[in-house]
Design a protein around this ligand. Structure first.
Ligand SMILES: [Zn+2]
Length: 215
């Protein structure tokens, strides 16, 4: 259970911890039955953790170490693997019939997760470790800028609020769906950019008001 009274600054960030990512492991063949190998993490040029992975029928054995602020701690954990039929596997854009999704079961709460994080020698989900994302520690104006920049990037525009958003791209050879295909998505992104730009400005105005009234 989360303690809502705890100060926000004490909340760690997922970006700062070693992550066991089921999707990455599966793609690199390290989640297949009988697979074993070493997985390591680095920050800059230094290695901050290394573990041995050994996969048996329905679990993965993790054995190694990670560096923390207080020193190097050993990590030893057995994590159950859940292989379930993929959602939407049979849809035209799905993964094909028989598609399987691979999850890790968090040893703390038992929930199915793609990613588990190693904090203080324990491998748990971000809920159990109370980890947030780096973007959550930003101000509302920063987050709005971030959101606008992401939507701008999808339309091939530069990230700045004053940068021009290009017209909707219509290829000379019509795509499936005809010349109107993508119009709704384009409109949605443009509205999203405008709304995020306004939110960013409101955030800046509020911050300026607070600054002025603090004098
Ligand atoms: Zn958990």
């Amino acid at each position: 259970m989360r303690d809502l009274e705890a100060p926000r600054t004490r909340r760690g960030r997922v970006e700062d911890h070693c992550c066991i990512d089921a999707s990455v492991l599966r793609k690199s063949g390290k989640l297949e039955l009988g697979a074993s190998g070493v997985w390591s993490w680095s920050r800059g040029t230094s290695i901050v953790g290394a573990v041995n992975l050994a996969v048996n029928a329905d679990a993965i054995d993790i054995d190694g170490y990670v560096a923390t602020s207080t020193g190097i701690v050993p990590v030893q954990e057995m994590i159950l693997i859940a292989r379930v039929p993929a959602r939407f596997a049979n849809r035209p854009c799905g993964r094909g019939s028989g598609g399987v999704s691979t999850f890790l079961l968090c040893p703390g709460c038992g929930s199915r997760r793609r990613k588990l994080y190693i904090v203080a020698a324990r491998c748990r989900c971000r809920g159990c470790h109370r980890l947030g994302f780096a973007v959550e520690t930003k101000s509302s104006a920063d987050r709005a800028f971030h959101k606008a920049a992401k939507a701008r990037a999808k339309l091939g525009a530069a990230p700045g609020p004053a940068c021009r958003v290009p017209q909707r791209y219509v290829p000379s050879v019509p795509r499936r769906g005809g010349r109107g295909a993508g119009r709704r998505k384009y409109g949605h992104l443009v509205r999203q950019i405008a709304e995020a730009d306004r939110a960013a400005l409101r955030g800046i105005m509020a911050a300026a008001d607070r600054l002025a009234s603090s004098m």
